[in-house]
Design a protein. Structure first.
Ligand SMILES: *Cc1c(COP(=O)(O)O)cnc(C)c1O
Length: 423
């Protein structure tokens, strides 16, 4: 793998300072906040000048699908936060992973991925890639030896997600990076849940990182965006395909994303604290069967989490007693938790994953990857944590835990899942 060097002279600064200053030199105006370049195109002074702009990949002032000053600013900021040479922003997280994957594979290539991924990523692996002659092997992310066994001579890409959506399983990142490298395959991680504040995959040997910037980077449930980070060479190669796919981020959304990133480090610290406190409360609640949060001692991969994460993020899943009825009761009775898709925002967001995944997984397929009828995913927001805990406490008070039949059934399934997790 190519050596990574910092692409700015700020590398000694903390994330808090970088989030505020890393892109400042790219603002060529005297406005403290860079203006929004809400324009499709940029005028040249001469045919020679036009030829120069057209000929330079990612020229920031040529045509906004190629790049734009607002895109360049936020890309610089994101690269510095992730500790990468370069970044590329896209119109969504799916735009990022699709551009990256399609840049790495070709007809006849093989991809190793996980059984547990974000739903859109599962669609890409199961529906899109096979149509272009790309084969995919999905493995249990908790077992590095399954990655090793799945590698073939034509494996070009190992795609991982850790912690994975929605049940917070982890991948041993240094181990998988090493396996992929030994087989000359590139590694790509979805680092959306952890963020670079809590997990630094490039420092563990992973080649490329992507994010749904819709989530913690934007942070306010008001934009859709994606980002890919890695070496300048790889990002350039992905950009060549990205301009063809055309999922370009608009200047205003790039500007909003920059605005969100100014407070990103302090938001993530508070998300981390709130999630740990809520996870500890939920874990001892009699209406809860299990809490999945990598920061809890009870998480089956807590040791791995301690090794490869700095802190454990704002996402947790739990399993309510009483199956789907219990989950629905909890979700209905929350007063602060907002019943909405997405995550990583200032407000606490709560979803029923079995419903969310129902498009492409049967209930049995869902249970096979840990999505139980009683599972509830919580994106812990920035509310006062005592008040959040009180809200969950009152909502759980109404959960009937006496449904013996469905409880016994899902307890047995949960046990068989967990026994798998330990070997
Ligand atoms: C939301 C999400 C995505 C997809 O991102 P979009 O911005 O919705 O396209 C990918 N991975 C994870 C883990 C996500 O949460």
């Amino acid at each position: 793998m190519a050596k990574r060097s910092r692409n700015n002279n700020h590398s000694a600064l903390s994330a808090d300072t970088l989030a505020i200053h890393a892109d400042r030199h790219l603002n060529t105006t005297s406005a403290v906040v860079a203006p929004i370049f809400q324009t499709a195109n940029f005028a040249s002074t001469s045919p020679e000048d036009f030829a120069e702009r057209a000929g330079q990949p990612r020229h920031p002032e040529f045509y906004t699908r190629y790049s734009n000053p607002n895109l360049q600013q936020v890309e610089h900021l994101l690269a510095s936060l992730e500790g990468a040479e370069a970044a590329l922003v896209t119109a969504s997280g799916m735009g990022a992973v699709t551009a990256a994957v399609l840049s790495i594979v070709h007809a006849g290539a093989h991809v190793v991925a996980q059984t547990n991924h974000y739903g859109g990523t599962l669609n890409l692996l199961r529906d899109l890639l096979p149509r272009f002659g790309v084969t995919v092997t999905q493995v249990d992310q908790r077992k590095p030896e399954e990655f090793e066994r799945a590698m073939k001579p034509n494996t070009k890409l190992v795609l991982v997600e850790s912690p994975s959506n929605p049940v917070m399983r982890l991948t041993d990142l240094p181990a998988v990076a090493k396996i992929a490298k030994a087989h000359n395959a590139l590694t790509l991680i979805d680092n959306t849940f952890a963020t670079p504040l809590n997990q630094r995959p490039l420092e563990m040997g992973i080649d490329l990182v992507f994010h749904s910037a819709t989530k913690y980077f934007g942070g306010h449930s008001d934009l859709i965006a994606g980002a890919i980070m890695g070496t300048t060479e790889l990002i350039q190669k992905i950009w060549e395909n990205h301009v063809i796919i055309g999922a370009a981020l608009g200047p205003f959304d790039a500007w909003l994303l920059t605005r969100g990133l100014r407070t990103f480090p302090m938001r993530v610290r508070q998300h981390n604290q709130n999630a740990l406190a809520l996870a500890k409360f939920l874990e001892q609640h009699p209406a809860i069967k299990e809490v999945q949060y990598p920061g809890l001692d009870s998480h089956p991969q807590h040791e791995l989490a301690r090794r490869q994460m700095k802190d454990y993020g704002g996402m947790l899943s739990l399993e309510v007693k009483g199956g789907a009825d219990g989950a629905y009761q909890l979700i209905s009775n929350l007063k602060l938790g907002v019943r909405a898709a997405s995550l990583g925002a200032v407000e606490t967001l709560v979803v029923h994953p079995a419903s969310n995944f129902a498009h492409y997984l049967t209930p049995e397929q869902g249970m096979a990857i840990g999505i139980m009828p009683g599972s509830v995913r919580v994106s812990v927001g920035l509310e006062a944590v005592e008040e959040l805990i009180a809200d969950f406490d009152q909502a759980l008070g109404s959960v009937k835990t006496s449904k013996k039949g469905s409880q016994a059934h899902s307890a047995a399934s949960a046990r068989s899942q967990r026994s798998g997790a330990h070997d």
